[in-house]
Design a protein around this ligand. Structure first.
Ligand SMILES: *[C@@H]1O[C@H](CO)[C@@H](O)[C@H](O)[C@H]1NC(C)=O
Ligand SMILES: *[C@@H]1O[C@H](CO)[C@@H](O)[C@H](O)[C@H]1NC(C)=O
Ligand SMILES: *[C@@H]1O[C@H](CO)[C@@H](O)[C@H](O)[C@H]1NC(C)=O
Length: 456
């Protein structure tokens, strides 16, 4: 029994995802458990001068605790209200963790990143209660029409790490970005921002990252992959009144491959998935977008290589190849105005190997919907028809082809999430409350790893 338990305990570190996806090679997550790190050292910030009074800047206490625990140990921010007035950059840790059980309130106004973790390995940022949160009070900027201020969390050049069971609320700008990281697992998170552009949920440009069980409420990026990125798996994502998930914006020398999104639920957002560019160069290949459910979204599948919201970048266009779109169900807001399939590829670099199958979505308004393609090619010939894709072997540019559909595809009906609310999203002029962690992030599924609150 004991040996079996030990085996189970050691099997949890690091998390093996090889069985779940070909996209990630090897393992992701920290190399050492929190218990092992705690046995080395625990650095509670209240022993380094922090006060849980919601007023005293904890910046120097966090930095001092980090310095004491960065070479093996756990920095603990216990439950309670803390003020962060000066931003912290925690650089160069090894085999350490940051346990955030309290709530950190932004009191400073500088730009940059409230919490930045960089040049670290074997790292874990988590809440043991599922209640640890950062409250950015972004509305204090947004109500003045100001979009400056800090991101809440940024990770840069961090390897073998995880971030889980924490809540990020109302960032002045982006909530969480990860760049140039490797072997990370991000899971069990709620992100709730204002109803405005520029307040991205999670932006990732990294390698070997597994992101799962995340809810984002905002009006911009939900979970978005940027360049360069390779080997990323994103699953069980709940985009609740968000911009929606995306890839981009893609510019010159784009380098993205082996990206899978699956079990993505999108409600009242700009789109279910968008790949966006305008000119540019480089490539995107081996992308899988499967098991998507949507309701009330403006766009559904939206590949737009002429995206007018970005300035045109020099180059013939980013080459998209091997893009598999499968098993999409649900409804879009108005399928005649914005059809559920829009694949607008660059004339200078037509898409190849785009395969759309089991795409069964229908319109909420009216009784028809359009599929639109431009310079987009599939390698496969399927029955029923190929939506609007061309199947020829030679990949030459073509102008927009539109197919209008007047009968609902069989099997379009799809479940909703109980937390979908009809009301307007959180605005930009009043404080946004910290939500509870959702118990499910995709219809009919439980989180892939137990929520901290449930396991404690
Ligand atoms: C693309 O990214 C991969 C993984 O980071 C790297 O190995 C490769 O050299 C890059 N390719 C180009 C053309 O930059
Ligand atoms: C299609 O997606 C649904 C969730 O929307 C899932 O329950 C079902 O198993 C998927 N079907 C296939 C063939 O993967
Ligand atoms: C989903 O968004 C709505 C509108 O902003 C919000 O009221 C609701 O609480 C969100 N759902 C969850 C689970 O937070």
């Amino acid at each position: 029994m004991l040996s079996r338990l030990l085996l189970l305990a050691s099997a949890a570190f690091p998390a093996l995802v090889a069985a779940q996806s070909a996209d990630i090679t090897g393992s992701v997550g920290p190399l050492t458990s929190v218990a092992t790190k705690k046995a080395v050292k625990t650095c509670d910030i209240t022993n380094y001068g922090a006060k849980a009074d919601g007023e005293t800047d904890i910046s120097s206490a966090v930095t001092a605790a980090f310095t004491a625990c960065k070479s093996g140990g756990v920095v603990v921010i216990p439950s309670g209200d803390y003020a962060l007035g000066t931003w912290v950059t925690l650089s160069g840790g090894n085999a350490w963790a940051l346990q955030l059980d309290g709530t950190i309130y932004r009191t400073g106004t500088a730009g940059g990143n409230m919490i930045m973790i960089e040049h670290s390995t074997d790292f874990e940022l988590f809440s043991s209660t599922g209640k640890g949160a950062v409250q950015g009070y972004g509305y204090e900027f947004h109500k003045k029409g100001d979009t400056s201020g800090p991101r809440l969390l940024r990770m840069y050049e961090v390897t073998s790490f995880s971030v889980h069971d924490i809540i990020l609320v109302d960032s002045p700008v982006f909530h969480f970005s990860l760049d140039t990281c490797d072997r990370g697992e991000i899971y069990n998170m709620a992100i709730r921002g204002g109803d405005s552009g520029g307040l991205d949920g999670i932006d990732v440009w990294s390698t070997n990252i597994w992101i799962h069980d995340i809810m984002v409420t905002n009006k911009d990026e939900c979970v978005t992959v940027k360049s360069p990125s390779n080997n990323i798996l994103v699953e069980q994502i709940y985009c609740n009144r968000s911009g929606g998930c995306a890839m981009g914006s893609l510019g010159s020398a784009t380098n993205i491959s082996a990206i899978t999104y699956r079990n993505v639920y999108t409600w009242a957002s700009n789109q279910m998935y968008m790949i966006k560019s305008n000119g540019g160069s480089g490539r995107v290949s081996d992308v899988v977008l499967e098991n998507f459910i949507g309701h009330g979204n403006a766009y559904s599948l939206d590949i737009d290589q002429y995206w007018s919201s970005m300035s045109e970048v020099a180059g013939a266009g980013v080459q998209l190849s091997k893009v598999t779109v499968a098993n999409w169900t649900g409804t879009e807001a108005d399928g005649a105005e914005r059809g559920p399939i829009k694949i607008m590829c660059a004339d200078g670099a037509p898409c190849t190997g785009v395969d759309v199958s089991d795409f069964d979505m229908w319109t909420e308004e009216g009784s028809s919907q359009v599929y639109e393609c431009r310079s987009a090619y599939t390698d496969l010939h399927r029955t029923p028809a190929l939506y609007c894709l061309s199947g020829e072997a030679e990949h030459v540019a073509y102008t927009v082809k539109t197919r209008t559909v007047t009968a609902a595809p069989a099997g379009y009906a799809a479940p909703s999430m109980p937390a979908d609310l009809a009301s307007a999203p959180w605005g930009t002029t009043a404080s946004i409350p910290i939500p509870a962690m959702p118990t499910s992030f995709f219809p009919g599924t439980l989180p892939l790893k137990p929520l901290a609150a449930g396991s404690s």
